[in-house]
Design a protein around this ligand. Structure first.
Ligand SMILES: [Zn+2]
Length: 95
């Protein structure tokens, strides 16, 4: 999986930023900022952790943009298994 610099969701282009200061004083690996269409990911984690965080924050962006209500634990579980399915079935998503 390649964490992109830009991600198009609907009509909006989101920016993905590797932000090494994200974890200072907090336990979050990522942050979704709907107002500015930006996703921050802390690069201090290993690549698998960064990828999982990217999928998690992507789902946060989708649910925010489309006003989808979902429990955060359900979103987290969805992100974990979606990351696994994408990683373990690369031929499905290749063009
Ligand atoms: Zn979250």
């Amino acid at each position: 999986m390649k964490i992109p610099e830009k991600l198009k969701i609907g009509a909006f282009e989101w920016t993905i930023v590797l932000n090494p200061d994200l974890m200072h004083g907090r336990s979050e690996r990522g942050c979704c900022r709907p107002k500015t269409s930006q996703i921050d990911i802390d690069p201090g984690y290993n690549i698998t952790g960064q990828e999982e965080t990217f999928v998690h924050e992507m789902l946060e962006a989708i649910t925010a943009q489309y006003d989808i209500t979902i429990e955060h634990k359900d979103l987290s579980n969805l992100a974990t298994v979606l990351h696994q399915v994408i990683k373990d079935n690369p031929e499905v998503f290749a063009q």
